[in-house]
Write a protein that binds this ligand. Structure first.
Ligand code: ARG
Length: 570
C-alpha cells in the first residue's frame, strides 16, 4: 500500500486535489511524526493562516487503520503512522522472499529495448557501457513487472566502412593470422591505418567503395570477409556480455534491413513525403525546425535513418510493441527526433510509443586512459582493472574469504555497472576506480556488503541458507516490536520497493532502483547499529531476523535487476 497516496486521498480541502496534496507531503522533523503536510501553500487559496488550516484539517481528518493520530503543529499537519499495524506487512514481504516485488502490471504488453547495439569491427569501449547496462537493467525490470521484454542488439553491420576494412585487410592484413588472434583490436588498427593512408592517397576511398559495392552485390569473397569480421566481433563482444550478464533476444542489425527498406520508401512516396534534393531523397522537416531526414543519397545508397525506419515498421509488425525504447547516447537526439517525426507524418499512431532513452557521456578521471589522447578505453580492460582492484581490497578486508576470485569478479564488475546506473541517465559522469569501489560510498560494493552482512547475521542465528524456513513466519512471530525509528524506517523502505520498480520503468530510469538500494542499505545499517539481533530477547530476535531476511532478499533482487551479483560472503 502506498501510504502517502492513501493519506492524500483522505485529506479533503477545496484548495487542492489529491495529486496536489500528494506532491506537498514531506518527511517531518525527527519526533514530529512520519508524514507531514505543510499548509503554507494552501493559505492563499483558503484565505486563512497555515496554523488555522492545519488545525482544521487535523480536526476533520476521518482516521484510518494505518494512521495512529494526526497533529497540527506550527502550520504543519503531522501524521503518526500506526507502526504496529504496518510492521505486520513485513510478514508478506518476508514470505515472498526472493520474489518480492514481482508484479503483473505489464501482462500482455510487449516492450522492445534496443540497447548496446555495437558496431562490427569497432572497439567495445567504455562509451558502450551505459547503453548496455541501462538497457539490460530496463529489460530485466520490465520483465519483472510482467511485460514481455524483447532485447534487440541493432548491430552496426552495414555501411561503407566495411569496404574500407576489406581494402585494409587485403592490403596490410598479411595471412590473416593476426586478425584471427587479436580480433577487433587488429581490425581497428587496420581501419585506422586506412584513414591515415587515405589522407595522402584518396584513390583508396575509391577502392573501398568498390569493395563495399561488392558486398552489396553479393560477391563471394567480399561476403566471406564481411561475415568473418562480423563473427569475430560477435565472439569477442559475446565474452563481454557474458561477464556483464547481458542477453539479447535478437541480433537483427542494420544489414538485416537491406531488403526491408523499399516498401517504406514506397509508402513515403505515396504519402507525398519524399522530395528530391541534389539528387538525394529526403523528408523535409523544416516545418518542425529540423534539418531534412536524408533517406537515399544521390549515389543510391541508403542511410542509418533509412534502416531505422525499416526497423521501426518491422518491430511494430513482428512484436506489436506497447513501447519501443532506444537506449542510445544523447548525441543521437536529433536522429531519433527525426525518425519519430517522419513516422508521425506517415500517420503511424504508434510513433508516440517510441522513446529515445538518452544518456550522457562517461569519461575517465585517470588521465592516462583518456580517450581525448586518441587512445581507446576498452571496456574489457576497465572490467579487468576493476576486478583486480576489488581483489586487492578483499585481500585486505577479508583475507580468509573462500571464493575470493568469484567475489572479486562480482564486486569489480558490479561496481562498473553500478557507476553508470547511479545517476539520472542524462548526466555526464566521470569514472574513477577509487570512487566506484569505495565500500562505504554510494556504490554497489556498499550494497553487496550490506547484503552479505544480512546473510552473516542469519547464518550466525541458524536461519541462514536453506534453514531460512526456520524464520517463524506463520503467524508465530510478533512483529510489533519493530516500532522503533530505525526498524520502522527499514520497513517503510521495504514497502516502497514495488512502487520504485514501477517508477523506474515509467521513467526508464534504473537510477530510481539504484538509489533506492543505497537508501535501503543505509537504513538497514542504522538499524543494525541501533539493535542487538542474535542475542536479543526471543521475541525481538525473531522479529529482527524476519526483517533482516526481507532486506537480504530485496537487496539481492534489486542488484540482480541491475545486473549485479550478490555474493553471500564478503
Ligand atoms: N550502432 C549505433 C552506434 O553505435 C547505435 C544504434 C542504436 N540503435 C538504433 N536503432 N539506431 O552509434
Amino acid at each position: 500500500m502506498d501510504y502517502n497516496y492513501e493519506l492524500a486521498r483522505l485529506i479533503k480541502t477545496e484548495a487542492a486535489v489529491t495529486e496536489e496534496i500528494l506532491a506537498m507531503l514531506e518527511i517531518p522533523k525527527q519526533g514530529q511524526g512520519d508524514i507531514s503536510l505543510p499548509c503554507f501553500k494552501l493559505s492563499k487559496a483558503l484565505r486563512k493562516s497555515p496554523i488555522v488550516i492545519a488545525a482544521e484539517l487535523a480536526e476533520a481528518f476521518p482516521g484510518a487503520p494505518f494512521i495512529e493520530r494526526a497533529e497540527a503543529l506550527n502550520g504543519y499537519l503531522n501524521f503518526f503512522l500506526n507502526r504496529k499495524n504496518i510492521a505486520d506487512e513485513l510478514k508478506d514481504i518476508a514470505a515472498a522472499g526472493a520474489e518480492y516485488g514481482r508484479q503483473s502490471v505489464g501482462a500482455g504488453k510487449t516492450v522492445c529495448v534496443d540497447y548496446s547495439s555495437v558496431n562490427i569491427a569497432k572497439p567495445f569501449h567504455i562509451g558502450h557501457l551505459s547503453s548496455t547496462a541501462i538497457g539490460a537493467a530496463l529489460y530485466r525490470i520490465y520483465s519483472y513487472l510482467g511485460y514481455e521484454a524483447v532485447g534487440i542488439n541493432h548491430l552496426g553491420d552495414w555501411g561503407t566502412q566495411f569496404g574500407k576494412l576489406i581494402y585494409a585487410y587485403k592490403a596490410w592484413g598479411g595471412d590473416g593470422k593476426k586478425v584471427e588472434k587479436k580480433g577487433i583490436e587488429e581490425l581497428t588498427r587496420l581501419y585506422v591505418r586506412f584513414h591515415e593512408e587515405a589522407e595522402t592517397n584518396p584513390a583508396l576511398n575509391e577502392a573501398a567503395r568498390a569493395w563495399f559495392k561488392k558486398i552489396e552485390d553479393g560477391d563471394a569473397e567480399a561476403l566471406e570477409l564481411f561475415t568473418r569480421f562480423k563473427a569475430l566481433t560477435l565472439k569477442e563482444v559475446g565474452k563481454i556480455y557474458e561477464r556483464l550478464n547481458v542477453k539479447f533476444d535478437s541480433y537483427a542489425g542494420e544489414s538485416f534491413y537491406n531488403d526491408k527498406m523499399t516498401p517504406v520508401l514506397k509508402l513515403l512516396e505515396e504519402k507525398g513525403l519524399l522530395t528530391e534534393s541534389d539528387g538525394a531523397k529526403i523528408v523535409d522537416l523544416s516545418a518542425y525546425d529540423m534539418p531534412p531526414c536524408i533517406l537515399v543519397r544521390a549515389d543510391g545508397a541508403t542511410l542509418y535513418a533509412t534502416r531505422d525506419l525499416a526497423a521501426a515498421f518491422y518491430r511494430k509488425n513482428v512484436y506489436d510493441f506497447y513501447k519501443c525504447l532506444y537506449v542510445v547516447a544523447y548525441q543521437q537526439n536529433l536522429h531519433f527526433k527525426q525518425i519519430f517525426k517522419v513516422l508521425e507524418l506517415m500517420d503511424c499512431q504508434w510513433a508516440k510509443n517510441m522513446e529515445h532513452v538518452a544518456f550522457g557521456m562517461v569519461s575517465l578521471e585517470d588521465g592516462a586512459m583518456s580517450t581525448r589522447k586518441g587512445r581507446v578505453v576498452w571496456l574489457k580492460d576497465v572490467l579487468k582493472e576493476a576486478v583486480k582492484k576489488a581483489r586487492e581490497i578483499i585481500e585486505i578486508k577479508s583475507p580468509d574469504l573462500k571464493n575470493k576470485a568469484a567475489t572479486a569478479a562480482s564486486v569489480g564488475i558490479g561496481a562498473v555497472i553500478f557507476s553508470v546506473l547511479y545517476n539520472s541517465r542524462i548526466k555526464d559522469i566521470t569514472f574513477s576506480y577509487e570512487k566506484i569501489l569505495n565500500f562505504d560510498g554510494e556504490t554497489s560494493p556498499y550494497i553487496q556488503y550490506t547484503h552479505a552482512r544480512c546473510r552473516s547475521v542469519m547464518e550466525k542465528a541458524g536461519v541462514g541458507g536453506n534453514k531460512s524456513k526456520a524464520l517463524k513466519l506463520n503467524g508465530e512471530v510478533d512483529l510489533s516490536t519493530l516500532a522503533d525509528d530505525e526498524s520502522f524506517d527499514v520497513i517503510r523502505a521495504l514497502l516502497r520497493f514495488p512502487e520504485v520498480l514501477r517508477d523506474a520503468a515509467d521513467k526508464n530510469e534504473p537510477c530510481y532502483l539504484s538509489r533506492y538500494l543505497i537508501d535501503l542499505a543505509g537504513k538497514y545499517n542504522r538499524f543494525y547499529i541501533a539493535n542487538r539481533i542474535i542475542n536479543a530477547p526471543e521475541r525481538e530476535r525473531a522479529a529482527r531476523l524476519v526483517l533482516t531476511s526481507a532486506v537480504a532478499d530485496t537487496l539481492k533482487t534489486g542488484l540482480g535487476l541491475l545486473g549485479i551479483g550478490a555474493p553471500p560472503k564478503m
